[in-house]
Design a protein around this ligand. Structure first.
Ligand code: PEP
Ligand code: MG
Length: 302
């Protein structure tokens, strides 16, 4: 059959032989959410909540947060949305969570690590998210950024459930978390791989530095081997594993990610239709063959 074009994609992410791979949007604002919905996203795989507060000098109240989240979730009533708790620090400093200067901010107190010192901030955010679920009718899960161990994942999942949120997961964006995927999946409902940071930390290559961009290529076989560990662990646990880093926006790499066991891919709105159409061109066996070739490659790209 003729290759399908992005315009033909029917809006349900599946391989040509019917394996379901959800095609989701990455959003950080109301405008992003509308763009993702217009592009045909089946839901949201990553809502970067810190983007709502980059300019805020004081912590938004629970009511303010609830209204901001509900506005972003509104186009996705009845659809799956994964809200990420604040990923402040390093490249995304928030004034109201100002920290002491660190020699290596990317390796410092960022993401969920801030919540260990300030669990009250996390609990208020979880309360606001739980409220926004009621306002929007979206099928909401929460996940934490920058998780290194299963103990951290369990700590977060307990707090999320205590706030009344039914599904709690974590991002896999530190190599230690990929290596501990089995233990992490034992205490969470799902995982989502952040390939931007996972590449940065795997290759010890700053994601903001052009001079080392070749190492931050998501086709790098060593990165894909970590993804395979995650995919295998998720399949054995019978729980979902997604990718929400830039890797998911490449239609050719999307097939590889499906072949590695990823069950959802989340990306910027502009990539959604091409990735959906690309998945529909391959059987799952073809995705697995593509994955084996990419894993074996000694060069980053095919
Ligand atoms: C990632 O690290 O891949 C990710 C999706 O999160 P962010 O880009 O917001 O750090
Ligand atoms: Mg990240």
């Amino acid at each position: 059959t003729a290759a399908r074009t992005a315009a033909d994609w029917d809006g349900v992410g599946t391989t040509s032989d019917g394996h379901r791979i959800k095609v989701l949007g990455n959003v950080g604002s109301v405008a992003d959410a509308r763009a993702a919905a217009d592009a045909g996203a089946e839901g949201v795989g990553l809502f970067r909540t810190e983007f709502c507060y980059l300019g805020a000098s004081a912590e938004p109240t629970v009511a303010e947060q609830r209204a901001a989240y509900a506005a972003v979730l509104a186009p996705f009533s009845g659809k799956p949305v994964t809200v990420r708790t604040l990923d402040a620090g390093a490249d995304k400093p928030l004034a109201f969570l100002a920290q002491e200067a660190e020699p290596n901010p990317a390796l410092g107190v960022r993401g969920l690590r801030i919540a260990f010192d300030r669990p009250d901030v996390l609990d208020r955010q979880l309360e606001a998210i739980a409220g926004a679920v009621k306002d929007s009718g979206a099928d909401v899960a929460v996940m934490a950024p920058m998780v290194a161990t299963a103990a951290e994942a369990a700590w977060f999942a307990d707090r999320a459930r205590a706030a009344g949120i039914r599904r709690a997961g974590v991002m896999i964006e530190i190599p230690a978390a990929a290596l501990a995927a089995r233990e992490i999946l034992a205490v969470t409902d799902f995982v989502s791989v952040g390939t931007n940071d996972l590449a940065q930390y795997t290759f010890a290559a700053d994601r903001q530095l052009g001079a080392v961009a070749a190492l931050n290529d998501p086709w790098q076989p060593a990165l894909l081997r970590l993804l395979r560990l995650v995919g295998d662990a998720a399949a054995d646990a019978g729980k979902p594993a997604g990718v929400c880093g830039e890797a998911a926006a490449d239609p050719l790499l999307a097939r590889v990610l499906a072949g590695l066991g990823m069950t959802s891919l989340s990306m910027n709105a502009a990539a959604i239709r091409a990735v959906g159409a690309g998945l529909a061109e391959s059987t799952m066996d073809e995705c697995k063959v593509a994955a084996e070739a990419a894993l074996a490659g000694d060069r980053p790209r095919p």
